[in-house]
Write a protein that binds this ligand. Structure first.
Ligand SMILES: *Cc1c(COP(=O)(O)O)cnc(C)c1O
Length: 221
């Protein structure tokens, strides 16, 4: 299928997954994950009118978007991969939303950089929901203290939580857990669900789903 057909098909699947739960499809934002995709593919998605994109690396995102972004003032770019503190400035030049606030040092420096630019952008805290050694994110038990730190010490605009559930396990359990944590802290946004599992994330409250291969096909290696 073409990128245009994929985008339409996924929007239909979003609507279908949302309806039984009384959720409006407009409340579920489809982030097109354009990492390791060609500029041609990205341009095709833009030509289809899609305007919300996500990348996982600052440097690659700059290659993809430095020229394209200024041409599309209504474009929104989301960072969904780990952010090194020495890349904060580059990230803020490009991204509108950061989904991966995952440690104190980053929160502090991100807060300071935003203050210096007199800016505030929506941020998500990444939760290591499966407590996996190889994954980044705040341990679930540490979330209350970390959230408070981000809000009071760093003045970050924390809108919600983000997670990547363990592979090869039913994702719904982890989506439900993240939803419960967000509710407990009065956070309204949930960044969860990818190509393989976004339909399971929607009944559990996902407001941002991150879909790469389901839109663009296989990534370049
Ligand atoms: C690559 C990536 C995605 C998209 O994965 P697909 O399986 O291609 O949909 C979503 N979230 C994060 C954090 C990613 O790095």
């Amino acid at each position: 299928m073409s990128i245009k057909e994929n985008l339409e098909h996924i929007q239909e699947r979003i609507a279908k997954a949302a309806a039984p739960w009384g959720r409006a499809k407009e409340d579920i934002h489809l982030l097109a994950v354009s990492k390791r995709q060609s500029i041609d593919s990205i341009q095709t998605a833009l030509d289809c009118g899609h305007r919300q994109f996500a990348e996982n690396k600052v440097q690659e995102a700059t290659q993809h978007w430095a020229e394209l972004k200024p041409r599309h003032p209504d474009l929104q770019l989301h960072l969904i991969g780990p952010l090194q503190t020495n890349k904060i400035k580059d990230a803020l030049a490009l991204f509108d939303v950061i989904h991966t606030v995952d440690r104190e040092k980053l929160a502090r420096k991100l807060g300071a950089a935003l203050r210096a630019e007199n800016r505030s952008i929506p941020c998500f805290i990444q939760v290591n929901i499966g407590k996996e050694d190889q994954k980044s994110g705040i341990a679930p038990n540490d979330l209350p203290a970390f959230l408070k730190f981000c809000q009071t010490e760093c003045a970050l605009n924390i809108q919600g939580l983000m997670c990547i559930p363990p592979a090869d396990e039913p994702a719904a359990l982890y989506f439900a857990l993240l939803q419960k944590m967000a509710k407990a802290h009065g956070l309204s946004e949930l960044s969860m669900g990818m190509s393989a599992d976004f339909e399971r994330a929607i009944p559990l409250g996902a407001t941002y789903i991150r879909v790469g291969t389901g839109i663009f096909g296989q990534r370049e290696s």
